[in-house]
Design a protein around this ligand. Structure first.
Ligand code: COA
Length: 182
């Protein structure tokens, strides 16, 4: 689905555009995904695991725009995508249709300025509007800033998978599962 376009101002005064990613943004989205995957280990993929072609990315964007249960909130600095957050239905079966998954990633240069808070607020409002009853996420147990954001926004820990992630250097990190009732 498409989200309304708006200009947003970060705490440090930078002005950015919040809108849906369109097909023309496919390259910008791939650049952003690679950049964020390089900057921290808090995302699921290593950069070399991002192997989408431009056409595959365009198709993904078309599918998101056509969906009635998935929304992307993408932040642009000029033509560059610098952050994204998403909500998507957990599953289509009747028993799980009330749940949505939440994910967010910003480029490091845009972290710590309130953008994560703003995007999460927008995502919660949209999830309520769509009739979801709870939002769920998984976060690396060492992601202090992520966990601080989620707690601030009303998510609470509901589970933990020991050693869910194994980094290239052999370090294991737990996954914390969090839920926010809507
Ligand atoms: C996690 C992330 C989305 C947070 O967004 P953000 O814009 O940096 O966060 P905000 O500036 O809105 O800050 C949210 C809260 O986090 C806390 N916080 C901010 N910086 C922090 C830091 N360096 N360490 C610990 N907590 C911190 C504060 O409580 C803050 O709220 P406040 O400003 O009202 O006090 C963002 O940093 C990010 O994308 N990081 C890299 C990728 C990632 O970790 N994604 C999440 C995967 S689950």
């Amino acid at each position: 689905m498409r989200i309304p376009e708006e200009m947003i101002t970060l705490r440090d005064g930078r002005s950015l555009q919040l809108r849906s990613a369109e097909e023309k943004d496919a390259k910008a989205m791939l650049d952003y995904i690679r950049q964020t995957a390089e900057e921290t280990h808090y995302l699921i993929r290593y950069p070399e695991e991002i192997a989408y072609t431009l056409e595959q990315e365009r198709e993904l964007i078309r599918n998101i725009l056509a969906s009635d249960s998935t929304a992307w909130f993408t932040v642009f600095d000029g033509d560059r995508a610098v952050g994204n957050c998403s909500i998507s239905r957990n599953g289509d079966r009747i028993k799980v249709r009330h749940r949505c998954d939440f994910a967010i990633a910003l480029e490091q240069a845009y972290c710590g300025c309130g953008l994560g808070t703003l995007l999460t607020e927008r995502a919660i409002a949209k999830a309520k509007e769509l009739g979801f009853e709870q939002m769920e996420l998984g976060v690396y147990a060492d992601n202090e800033r992520g966990i601080a954001l989620y707690q601030k926004m009303g998510f609470t820990e509901c589970g933990r998978i020991p050693r869910a992630f194994r980094l290239k250097d052999g370090t294991f990190i737990d996954e914390i599962n969090m839920v926010r009732f809507l």
